[in-house]
Design a protein around this ligand. Sequence first.
Ligand SMILES: [Fe+2]
Length: 229
Amino acid sequence: MPESRLKQSILVVFSFGFISFSVNFMEKIKTFTLPKLPYDYNALAPYISEQQLKLHHDKHHQAYVNAANAAFEKLDKAHSENTDIDVKAISKELAFNVGGHLLHSIFWENMAPAGKGGGGQPGGAVADVINMGFGSFERFKKEFTMAAASTEGSGWAALVAHPCIGRPLIMQIEKHNVNVFPAFHILMVLDVWEHAYYVDYKNERPKFIEAFWNVVNWDRVNKNLSLVK
Ligand SMILES: [Fe+2]
């Protein structure tokens, strides 16, 4: 990868859901890497099978990582050679693939094996925030399920929050980057692209959504909420 050509050392802290990191822009520019799952490939069965999870993580998530890195390289090449670039096209490419990488990274973390950190009802601050924002956990579950089920084409349901509004909201993301509220913190997501469930549930997305509730890692959702400042 090319090195940063910035002359000043600029330390910036980024926060995106549970991902919070600082970057010194004088360091070598980083590329994305596929994160390891926090559990075994068969750990979410029977709700998400080993075959389904392996395909989703190893092939689909990896593809977004690769495509985002390729777009970065394209940008860097144009910058170092001072050649023109189709800014509109690469912006769309980056929004799609960077979004894909980050959403999947959050998704793996907000799941855990059923009965071993996954499933049940939320506790702690998340329970309070959900009750405040939706009236009850059951009501929230119903609305989140509806958002996931009615996402047009490929997309995500996300529980999000931001101090500017003082309440949680459900965000229905199309693809990886459409309908996103800028700067809102993602507390949990559910991937409802067909590639997330087709091996296990064929075209029956509602069955996959129902199964998801058995593997939600509420401790992680609580941790994500604790990062909202
Ligand atoms: Fe996916």
